[in-house]
Design a protein around this ligand. Structure first.
Ligand code: CMC
Length: 392
């Protein structure tokens, strides 16, 4: 993999053929940090592709397991390949004892993302070492929903359940949380959500995972770091905050004033804006369709808030092209399928795990240490004074 060393003048790096931005606005904006064959985000066109396929085409016609195969093996599976991968995932759907022990000692008020990060770290310390492998990717993917559901049940005083081998990834997750067979339409909606959230170019958590992998660290460390990066509200931490926002707004009548006050007060509307998309995030349009599962009050409120938010952002933040992002309707869909608000971001993680692991494998297959430069803005020639002679 070619890696860009960003230099202080932000010019083209002839050796790697990769380009930087002309003007450095920080945040590595515009910097190409890796080459990948996994996914591409076309921000101006509002298009996301996984290995050449439009995610809008995949969203309702494939399952999470098919996308895992696409990302890990490079092609959509035939029936035999899909059965084989499903069997391998099912065989890994057991809760590692050390992960369960870690969950049990956490206070029930622990944020589920922190619980997930802790459990993966504990399990990784005991079981995931050495060079990243596909087997580790499969085991991590199979166990994310188990760990999350176990933590959910423990915090409400219930024992974790065993996975059901006949169920797929999305169905098992809902079953393991609530202890009853989920409605087919909820399974299908969650599966579509997970397909759409599986990968997304060089987003912050994927970049984090690749940086860790590039040091020849292990898969668990890369994934633990990625979980930490995902949880921030500027990345994957937004959907529960969208729900909080919708609940704080409460009614259609109050939305205009609430939204205007928030923007003029310098606040950010959760679920709007994106570093790459300068038009509607294609996933948000598909999720808006799935949001029909929500009750009529919640759906009507969300649609009204979206419409007013877009108009106000256009009026109050002209020129910034702020559109609806994936998190806005994700919150409505995940709420409708019965997931608690603080499990929205962990559910994002349980989807993105196939992208993260695929990127770690891609990075380690053709590795070069990711180590950019920084623009030093401090003094260059400070005069050294021994400690006893310093006045301040
Ligand atoms: N609400 C209000 N103002 C906004 C918003 C927003 N959601 N997003 C951007 N702006 C304004 C921002 O205040 C700034 O205005 P000004 O120049 O007047 O200070 C301008 O737009 C540019 O913002 P920026 O921070 O330079 O843009 P960015 O590319 O760094 O931000 C973002 C991208 C996602 C961090 C930002 O849009 C945001 O904070 N959104 C709200 C949080 C959110 O929905 N996060 C989920 C992101 S999508 C999931 C994912 O890919 O992980």
């Amino acid at each position: 993999m070619a890696v860009l060393e960003v230099n202080s003048s932000n010019t083209k790096n002839e050796a790697s053929g990769l380009t930087t931005v002309k003007q450095n606005r920080g945040g590595l904006e515009g910097v190409v940090a890796a080459t990948t064959a996994l996914s591409k985000v076309e921000g101006a066109a509002g298009r996301l592709i996984y290995r050449g396929y439009s995610v809008r085409d995949l969203a309702h016609t494939t399952t999470f397991e098919e996308i895992a195969h696409l990302l890990w093996f490079g092609h959509l599976p035939n029936r035999a390949e899909l059965s084989d991968l499903k069997a391998r995932l099912a065989a890994e759907r057991t809760l590692p004892e050390v992960a369960l022990a870690a969950l049990r000692i956490l206070p029930p008020e622990t944020a589920p993302m922190d619980a997930l990060r802790t459990a993966i770290s504990a399990w990784g310390a005991c079981a995931i070492q050495n060079k990243p492998t596909l087997e580790q990717a499969i085991a991590l993917t199979a166990r994310f929903p188990l760990i999350l559901a176990a933590f959910y049940r423990l915090r409400i005083g219930l024992d974790p359940l065993d996975a059901r081998p006949e169920l797929g990834n999305a169905a098992n997750y809902l079953y393991l949380m609530h202890g009853r067979m989920p409605a087919e339409e909820f399974v299908r909606a969650l599966d579509s959500y997970m397909v759409m959230l599986s990968d997304h170019g060089m987003n912050a958590s994927t970049f984090t995972a690749r940086v860790v992998a590039s040091t020849e660290s292990d898969m668990a460390s890369a994934i633990v770091a990625a979980i930490g990066a995902l949880k921030g509200p500027l990345h994957g931490g937004a959907p529960s905050k969208v729900l909080d926002m919708l609940r704080a707004i409460g009614t259609i009548e109050q939305s205009e004033e609430w939204l205007r006050d928030t923007i003029t007060g310098g606040g950010r509307l959760m679920g709007f804006g994106h570093r790459i998309y300068k038009t509607t995030d294609p996933r948000s349009e598909e999720l808006k369709e799935l949001a029909r599962l929500a009750n009529s009050h919640d759906l009507a409120l969300a649609k009204h808030v979206e419409e007013r938010a877009l108009a106000l952002l256009d009026e109050l933040k002209p020129g910034h092209e702020i559109h609806t992002n994936v998190e806005f309707y994700s919150s409505v869909v995940l709420d409708a399928v019965g997931l608690p608000g603080d499990f929205f971001t962990p559910t994002f993680a349980a989807s993105r795990i196939i992208g993260w692991t695929a990127h770690v494998l891609e990075q380690s297959a053709n590795n070069r240490l990711i180590r950019p430069n920084s623009d030093y803005i401090g003094p260059l020639q400070a005069h050294f004074v021994p400690i006893d002679e310093r006045s301040n």
